[in-house]
Design a protein around this ligand. Sequence first.
Ligand code: HEC
Ligand code: HEC
Ligand code: HEC
Ligand code: HEC
Ligand code: HEC
Length: 359
Amino acid sequence: MQLRSILLLGSISAIFVVASAIGQSPERTPNIEEITQWARSGHANIHSESFAHWNDAGEIPPVCSTCHSGAGFRSLYGFDGSTPGLPQSPIPVGGVVDCDTCHHPGLPSVTEIRLPSGTQHPVVGAEAACMTCHQGRASTATIERAVAESSEDEVNPELSFINPHYAVAAASLLGGSGALGYQYPGKDYQQRFFHARPVSTCVGCHEPHNLTVAEETCATCHESGDSRAIRISRQSFDGSGNLEQGIFADIVANRERLFALLAEYAREIAGTAMVYDGNRHPYFFADHNGDGLPDQREGAPVPYASWTPRLLKAAYNWKFVGSDAGIHVHNPHYALQLLFDSAEDISNALGRDLTGMAR
Ligand code: HEC
Ligand code: HEC
Ligand code: HEC
Ligand code: HEC
Ligand code: HEC
């Protein structure tokens, strides 16, 4: 009896997986190996916040649907017969990143994608799909528009935190070629990180169905397959002088230092202490009494509202670097540059030189 119900449950989820995998093309003969791999990935996880977020509403707004459902993605490029661009109407919930997101016969015709900066970027093959969805939702231009004419250290109650969005791997990989971090005027930035063949594109490293990266992929060129242990740079960026640690450690250390500077600037110059809660939108909260906890109003934390242009730019970069768990591989030097420039800018306002950090 127990065995039978387990089998029954097993077959129900198998039917579900196959049905949602096939997406728009029921005539496709599903390949069990790829389906099995895909079913283990986040792309197939219908229960994750990325897909379930709109369940109560029953439909996904067009502007969100292009990355949060296969159907919205196909509509963006007109694969469903519609005019290319945002879908005309909301997309029903229940979709995931299904097979035909990446296997639609129209995909090879996508040779350029539009970035949040407004620029078009050339793409080849499957990266057209990956880069459409993993590009984030903001850029240098978004921040510049928001802060427009205001003076750098003046609190502007009109400002609120601008979130780069999540899993912004393509945004970091493109670096200065996309300008999706906040890039300070007059500074040079690492462009797209082409790395080396065959690891110059998303699927050169990520198995496209289960999305994992095999350590052997790296070990042909690097001494270690552990991405966090790899280092080539002969310069210490975090002031530790340690050239044995992975470049990952330099990025983590500089990001922590930038946060300490942001907190000090918020308190001393913007005039209100700030706390961060990574589990709660909009992530930065006010802490007027300085007890390290968000102020509460009617049982909810009070969003930080003492943004100055300078603080907004640096906080965006701090969040940007943290929004890509693979940034130390996708474009480590772009990350280091964004962190350094932000830390330098905040230090200047605090009237100090930035020491022990390199670009
Ligand atoms: C239609 C939009 C879309 C496309 C196209 C897309 N992704 Fe994703 N990707 C997502 C979303 C949404 C998530 C988060 C899924 C979740 O939270 O369950 C995600 C998650 C991931 C993850 C995190 C690992 C995991 O299992 O959750 C990796 C790695 C990834 N994608 C890589 C890729 C690569 C490589 C490509 C191209 C071959 C690609 N993505 C194409 C939307 C997309
Ligand atoms: C350019 C593509 C893109 C667009 C447009 C987009 N998202 Fe996302 N979003 C993503 C990706 C990729 C992830 C997956 C992050 C991850 O792996 O956790 C994500 C994750 C999320 C999550 C889950 C965050 C978490 O903490 O797990 C929410 C909620 C979300 N998006 C809301 C929205 C809303 C609301 C909109 C429309 C206003 C939107 N997104 C538009 C790409 C996009
Ligand atoms: C995120 C994008 C993405 C999704 C989603 C995806 N695939 Fe793929 N698939 C690819 C890419 C890219 C390749 C080519 C891999 C390569 O060249 O090594 C591929 C290869 C394949 C192959 C092998 C073809 C060959 O020439 O070797 C099959 C079969 C396949 N996919 C089936 C599926 C099925 C079935 C699904 C749904 C369960 C699916 N794929 C979902 C990106 C994707
Ligand atoms: C040189 C190899 C390489 C390339 C190219 C590459 N990645 Fe990654 N990526 C990795 C590694 C390794 C990690 C895991 C880092 C870790 O967990 O320490 C990762 C992490 C990620 C994550 C975060 C996964 C998670 O668990 O949150 C996403 C999303 C992602 N990559 C998507 C992409 C996309 C999209 C592209 C193309 C624009 C891409 N990657 C290109 C190697 C690569
Ligand atoms: C074909 C050879 C090759 C393969 C395979 C390869 N890399 Fe690299 N990697 C390089 C080269 C060359 C550089 C230096 C590139 C540069 O700075 O322009 C580099 C740089 C890096 C860096 C930056 C190190 C630093 O100190 O600046 C990291 C991190 C990295 N690779 C991780 C990975 C990971 C993770 C993988 C496997 C998913 C991988 N690489 C696969 C050749 C390779």
